[in-house]
Design a protein around this ligand. Structure first.
Ligand code: ZN
Length: 62
């Protein structure tokens, strides 16, 4: 199951759409913002029913 949630870029504040494969379970990934091209560190929590419970988008400099 591929979901396409929107997340807010921590660098430029734009909302971007990412692709999440919910069958892969909870995951951490780096996605380049396609507005400002900065690497966004995404933490994606997948619930027991395979739904997206939470997405955290952080800058990669922490
Ligand atoms: Zn951005």
């Amino acid at each position: 199951m591929i979901e396409e949630p929107g997340v807010t870029c921590p660098y430029c504040g734009e909302t971007i759409t990412i692709m999440v494969d919910t069958t892969a379970g909870s995951q951490r990934t780096i996605e380049d913002c396609f507005v400002c091209c900065q690497p966004i560190e995404l933490t994606i929590e997948i619930g027991p029913a395979g739904e997206i419970e939470m997405i955290t988008a952080e800058s990669d400099d922490a």
